[in-house]
Design a protein around this ligand. Sequence first.
Ligand SMILES: Nc1ncnc2c1ncn2[C@@H]1O[C@H](COP(=O)(O)OP(=O)(O)OP(=O)(O)O)[C@@H](O)[C@H]1O
Ligand SMILES: [Mg+2]
Length: 379
Amino acid sequence: MELNLTTLPDYLRQRHAEIRVFEPEAELRIEEIGDGNLNTVYRVSDAARPARSLVLKHAPPYIKILGPDYPLSTERLTFESRALDVYNRLASGTVPVLYDFDVDAAVIAMEDLRDAYVLRDALIAGTVDTAIAEQVGRFMGIVHSHTYVDNIGAATAQHYRQQFANATMQSITADYVFTFPFTEHETNFWTPGLAPDVQHLKADTGFLRQAEHLKRIFLTAQQGVTHGDLHTGSVLVQDNTAKVIDAEFAFYGPVGFDLGLYWANYFLSYFSHQGNLSVQSALKTAVVQVWDTYTAEFTMTDAGLKSEMLENIFQDAVGFAGLEMLRRLIGAAHVKDIEGIVDLSRKLSVESAALQFGTTLVKQHRSLRDVAVLIAMLS
Ligand SMILES: Nc1ncnc2c1ncn2[C@@H]1O[C@H](COP(=O)(O)OP(=O)(O)OP(=O)(O)O)[C@@H](O)[C@H]1O
Ligand SMILES: [Mg+2]
């Protein structure tokens, strides 16, 4: 059955025993709420009791916004449902509760985070709640330290490796974050005035060498359960609580990738708020708090080699942060924080500063020792 607004009521009735949120005879209200590129997301509620609701995420066997000519395995939702299982077990309350995963229909039914807002939108509005950054730092710290290869037995590590062998999605990231932005590729675009900076970057052999090195780490390091797409659009905030969503890229990989993506999106916000010193200062504090709560979780789980392990994660994260910033400026998928700047000369100055900073992070990531040094580079 093809799933759409018309067929969904029947689907939900058939799946009643598994989902168990609605009475079988309930009249259901269904609306499409997703704003994403890959999947369709619906909110379903009981017409008589609207407080009874859930969210359905459906993966068609192709990229939703491009259509059936662009096939993409529905297996992405299997990885998302496995990640939700792991997150709920290790860090309950940090992600939506998983109600049901239907592998044949490629549908996840999960808790409806009602009245939540997307973290990116709050940052765009200049509202920086450092407590949210701490919660996301703690979430990453818990998941990474409890799945980290050196902290768990060989059999458990092997189990995670198999459960999260998400090669298809990993290869999409390898292309769109590590390769395409720095080559001639049809999906790249940038503000015309940025062309000289882009040309310079693409000819910088020192930069290209580091980008290649980070790509190799991304594709080969098998350290822990990595969300794989943890930008500020993948965090919803409900009642002052951060909830992480959209784990379809989850894989067993270099955990610094999550920190790097999350930081990069705070840095992009930082540059977008050029001239607003109080917002910029709060964003810098948030970046530090993420690291502090992250490392606190790691130091709580006992194992040797902590400081070496954390320094390695830190340096990977800095390098990944640089590449994420760059691909959001010159690759296929830009961020609203910057695309929304209407004054074009201001936009260009923001982009140029962000591009310089991202490049520096990539080139210098192996020599940075701690988060204070990282933050000092912003002033
Ligand atoms: N559990 C939930 N509760 C409330 N809203 C949700 C929930 N899950 C998703 N949403 C809404 O749907 C949107 C899209 O969800 P999600 O990012 O998982 O979809 P996606 O198709 O994978 O997106 P992308 O193309 O960005 O990867 C979210 O930004 C959010 O607004
Ligand atoms: Mg997604």
